[in-house]
Design a protein around this ligand. Structure first.
Ligand SMILES: [Zn+2]
Ligand SMILES: [Zn+2]
Ligand SMILES: [Zn+2]
Ligand SMILES: [Zn+2]
Ligand SMILES: [Zn+2]
Ligand SMILES: [Zn+2]
Length: 401
């Protein structure tokens, strides 16, 4: 059956008008030329990219939600892959927290539209595509050791002869029995040795989204699309298509790979540059903030100094006013004291004259005393002396800071 279909495909590609083929060919050559220029410039980076970092590869099989090797690895449209149970839980939580029509990928925040009803969450997660990449990485990791993964999780070391292709897990006979009863025999289980011999055995061919009964058997080289036979005839009639089962040997050397590598290289260079820009932006901002803090400190020191100066100035002015007023009051006190002493002396003189002086003597003395008492009284009246309380006040109103 498949060989007949293959012939069909070849005939289809032969039917392609030659001009179209040529145009396409020349366009590709141009693309390649551009690619070569860039590649030669960035040779070191490109070769680094080809040497895989084992830690980075291992990260691919670890679920970002439970931080363990994935079980039933399912990928979202953004290709981020999680355990089926983990992503189900994540979607349920997201739905409970928001009224949005979408949830976001836990790793890259890509928006994914999901059915509203919560009982559909599990079926949605089940309907997500199995990550064949993660599955095969997990099988590479676990199959050769032939140890039961479930037993290992419980600290036991048991030989495993079974491989659940759905969960991408090795299982011992005991765990297999339990596993099958739990999943109502729906998971395809294979013999470990068989899977080692033929790694593709676990990956049942996908069915077409639009034609449920059709296997996704064909690959369109022009659109890089996997499709079913019906879709191939309808949408890729003029394209160079091939049967996945037979004609995949050239896929890894396809000219598009160069473009893809270049594209990813340019994206990662761009994002790395953006990342560096943001980091240096943060660094610059941090520097600026600590500089400003220094400035605030310096500002405070200046304010302190100005306050010190002001305090000194005010004290100086106050001292000046104080000493002026003090002199004034002391002078006043001195004058009053002199008048007081004079009045006392006049009183004594009057007593002495009245007691001891002869009448003739006392006549002129009394006239003198009387005259001076009048003078003293006049002086005091002229002074209109009234006690004034001195108010000394410091005001900051008219001062500049
Ligand atoms: Zn997980
Ligand atoms: Zn994502
Ligand atoms: Zn086991
Ligand atoms: Zn399973
Ligand atoms: Zn189809
Ligand atoms: Zn096509």
């Amino acid at each position: 059956m498949s060989s007949v279909k293959k012939n069909d495909v070849i005939k289809q590609s032969e039917k392609l008008p030659k001009t179209t083929k040529l145009e396409k060919g020349s366009a590709k050559a141009q693309d390649l030329g551009k690619g070569k220029k860039k590649d030669s410039r960035k040779k070191s980076t490109a070769s680094e990219g080809d040497n895989m970092d084992p830690a980075e590869v291992n990260d691919l099989v670890v679920c970002n939600l439970c931080k363990q090797d994935m079980c039933s690895p399912k990928h979202l449209p953004c290709l981020h892959t999680f355990c089926e149970t983990c992503i189900t839980k994540h979607i349920k939580q997201e739905k409970a927290q928001s009224t949005n029509m979408h949830v976001v990928c836990p790793t890259c925040e890509y928006h994914i539209s999901v059915p509203r009803a919560s009982d559909e969450t599990k079926t949605f997660a089940e309907s997500l595509p199995v990550s064949t990449l993660v599955s095969s990485l997990l099988s590479k990791k676990d199959l050769l050791q032939k140890k039961c993964k479930r037993c290992k999780q419980h600290g036991r070391d048991t030989t495993a002869d079974n491989w659940c292709a759905y969960c991408a897990q090795t299982l011992c006979d005991e765990h297999l029995e339990y596993h099958l009863s739990l999943t109502s025999n729906r998971h395809p289980v294979f013999d470990v040795d068989e899977v080692i011999k033929n790694p593709d055995i676990g990956f049942a061919s996908k069915k077409c989204k639009y034609h449920e009964k059709e296997d996704m058997k064909l690959f369109c080289n022009d659109h890089w699309n996997i499709c079913c036979n019906i879709c191939s005839k309808r949408l890729h009639g003029m394209c160079n298509t091939c049967l996945i089962e037979h004609d995949t040997s050239t896929i890894k050397t396809h000219s598009e790979i160069t473009n893809l590598k270049r594209k990813l290289e340019s994206i990662s260079t761009h994002t790395e540059k953006m990342r560096q820009d943001i980091l240096s932006n943060i660094e610059a901002m941090n520097k600026q903030v600590s500089l400003e803090k220094e400035n605030i400190k310096e500002f405070r020191i200046q304010i302190n100094k100005q306050l010190d100066d002001l305090e000194q100035q005010l004290c100086h002015e106050l001292d000046h006013v104080h000493s002026e007023k003090l002199k004034e009051l002391e002078r006043e006190a001195h004058i009053v004291d002199m008048k007081h002493q004079t009045s006392l002396m006049y009183k004594t003189m009057l007593s002495v004259v009245l007691k001891d002086a002869s009448n003739i003597q006392s006549l002129s003395n009394l006239a003198d005393i009387r005259h001076n008492a009048h003078r003293l009284e006049d002086e005091l009246r002229l002074d209109k002396y009234k006690l004034q309380k001195i108010a000394i006040q410091v005001s900051l109103k008219s001062r500049d800071f």
